[in-house]
Design a protein around this ligand. Structure first.
Ligand code: ATP
Ligand code: MG
Length: 233
């Protein structure tokens, strides 16, 4: 569904990604792990169109999306929930959700919000509440729900667990797995909570200094302390 072939990219003159190749099949959950600064977020940014491809090719459903803008990608079904993605504090829950549909027409947004309320009943209850008054976990849920408004085929998630209390982690990762199974959303998840993300993902890529250092089934890494240590050195 999504393929990266020998991707090179970076910021200004600074190259961050060196020949990154990956493929994500329809229906999969794929995780990206690796040390701080390895280039994990940069991979998601180059896929969604936030930064340019220097070299190589990214294709989505067999068509090149190298030159696509973020909006074009959202329209074709690729949505990102960026690292530390926060909600608009002064706006209501409903307004935040509607902003997720800024590329859709009004009646479509309305339908999508009603649908999302079925998936996240808590957000329906809080519909008129100011988002800044939700708890951290609830805000995270709202950010995730907002990313689902444009009905993505593939959702790129950058550290969905960021800032969450340990007791909420299982709930959030369980939720992601459910969304993948029930709504058939393919997911590419960057995550520091390695054990949690390995537990819900089919396959994993590990990134080190802008290169893929490991690629395989998540089960190959679960409980494999030696290998994980090597990947994070
Ligand atoms: N906007 C930017 N401008 C310049 N350099 C950047 C920018 N964003 C990231 N970098 C650099 O690119 C490299 C990779 O950063 P990236 O954010 O992809 O890492 P990461 O693997 O997501 O790390 P973390 O786990 O800390 O989130 C780092 O050296 C970082 O300093
Ligand atoms: Mg990052």
């Amino acid at each position: 569904m999504l393929k990266l072939k020998n991707i090179q990219s970076g910021y200004g003159k600074k190259q961050v990604l060196f020949d990154v190749s990956m493929s994500i099949d329809k229906g999969e959950i794929v995780s990206i792990i690796g040390p701080n600064g390895a280039g994990k977020s940069t991979i998601l940014k180059v896929i969604c169109g936030a930064i340019p491809v220097w070299n190589g090719n990214i294709s989505f459903k067999s068509k090149s999306i190298n030159k696509n803008s973020i909006s074009q990608n959202i329209k074709s079904g690729i949505t990102i929930a960026p690292q530390g993605s926060r909600v608009f504090n002064e706006l209501t829950v409903r307004d935040n959700l509607e902003l997720g549909g800024y590329l859709l027409n009004k009646s479509h947004v309305k339908k999508r919000v009603e649908y999302i309320y079925k998936v996240f009943p808590l957000l329906k209850e809080r519909s008129k509440q100011i988002a800044g008054k939700l708890s951290g976990g609830e805000q995270q849920m709202l950010a995730l729900a907002r990313a689902l408004i444009p009905e993505p085929k593939i959702l790129l998630l950058d550290e969905p667990s960021l800032g969450l209390a340990p007791n909420l982690l299982d709930e959030v990762f369980g939720r992601l797995k459910e969304l993948n199974q029930d709504l058939k959303v393919t997911m590419l998840i960057v995550e520091q909570k390695v054990n949690k993300v390995l537990g819900i993902s089919d396959r994993t890529y590990s990134v080190k200094l802008g290169k893929i250092a490991f690629e395989g089934k998540s089960t190959e890494l679960i409980g494999n302390k030696g290998k994980l240590k090597e990947l994070f050195l």
